[in-house]
Write a protein that binds this ligand. Structure first.
Ligand code: XMP
Length: 317
């Protein structure tokens, strides 16, 4: 029967056999799958693994700096790329969710291709693909699905012509976590909620601006902090705040305000294909709402999403 120790041992041997002295480039997302794939590859081929971590400006608050630091700490050979402006300028004015996804996929490919070109002699593209990604068309696990759907016609960028190595391709999510644990990867990384490749861009309904990103990052950080403080983060499968393109009237002191609405989403799920909204305790919701309204400038109302999937989806876009 399956054990993570046996899987790690055989996989490292196979990777060494397949890769020899070849170089591999891998895009890290901060998520569980790409992190575990990177550590396995690192154990097998050491510094011949070159990791790239792109800041698309659509990550959670401070996540880029924190995750980059964590990865460096783990000894990975990693290059961080600040591409915030490239992504945000390409998103300017786009309202349609699929156009937003396409723009993000396109810029990611450009940025990643540029970075991969700076590495000489790379022959392989490493990916954190897991078994459900292989059998399902939707990937919850980074931009690879976007890349494929965007580039199945026409010319492929150079890094997509590389041979692909996917050490987690036979594993389910819980097995990936067990392997990660056995590899000594921090629980902060292994327990992280799934986060979509297009990031906060699909949690800002309508067009994305740097100001909206900042507001949403602040509100989302308060939400996640309070979930952790209440001991609920690990019980929730995925949570996040959504910036609604709606303004509503409020009062502050003697002043009438007319500001935006933040929606909180939290779901229980096994694989993201179906999901139930979480019955978060009212006192926790009250605390989160007060904190967001008091601290986040530009928000005067917080609502909670009580829709399950299907027929609603987890994300709003
Ligand atoms: P939905 O909204 O379809 O989400 O119920 C199911 C899971 O997929 C994630 N998701 C995405 N992940 N690129 C991704 O990498 C995307 O475009 C994307 N859209 C949704 C979502 O966060 C949830 O975990």
């Amino acid at each position: 029967d399956w054990t993570s120790a046996a899987f790690i041992e055989t996989t490292i041997a196979e990777l060494q056999e397949t890769l020899g002295n070849d170089k591999v480039v891998l895009g890290l997302s901060g998520g569980v799958d790409s992190s575990v794939a990177a550590v396995l590859l690192h154990k097998a081929i050491g510094t011949n693994l070159h990791c790239i971590f792109v800041d698309n400006g659509l990550l959670r608050k401070d996540e880029y700096e924190q995750v980059l630091e964590q990865y460096k700490h783990m000894g990975l050979n990693i290059k961080g790329i600040d591409a915030k402006d490239r992504f945000l300028s390409q998103l300017a004015g786009l309202k349609d969710p699929e156009l937003k996804r396409k723009a993000i996929g396109r810029v990611f490919i450009e940025v990643f291709d540029d970075a991969a070109h700076e590495l000489t002699g790379v022959n392989w593209l490493g990916q954190g693909t897991i078994y459900p990604d292989v059998i399902e068309s939707i990937s919850v696990n980074g931009p690879s699905a976007t890349i494929k759907s965007h580039h199945n016609v026409g010319g492929l960028p150079d890094f997509m012509k590389l041979k692909v190595v996917e050490p987690l391709k036979t594993l389910f999510k819980d097995e990936v976590r067990r392997v990660g644990k056995a590899l000594g990867i921090d629980d902060v990384i292994l327990g992280r909620h799934p986060f979509p490749g297009p990031g906060l861009a699909i949690r800002i309904l309508g067009d994305v601006t740097p100001e909206k990103v900042e507001i949403l990052q602040h509100a989302d950080a308060i939400y996640i902090h309070e979930l952790k403080a209440a001991g609920l983060y690990d019980k929730v499968w995925q949570a996040g705040a959504i910036f609604l393109p709606v303004q509503s009237v409020g009062v502050m002191g003697d002043e009438r305000t007319y500001e935006n609405v933040i929606c909180l989403r939290a779901v229980e799920s096994v694989d993201g294909m179906t999901a139930d909204w979480c019955h978060l305790p009212y006192d926790v919701l009250a605390k989160i709402s007060n904190e967001i309204i008091n601290k986040v400038k530009g928000i005067n109302r917080v609502v909670y999403d009580i829709s399950s999937k299907p027929p609603a989806t987890i994300e709003w876009e």
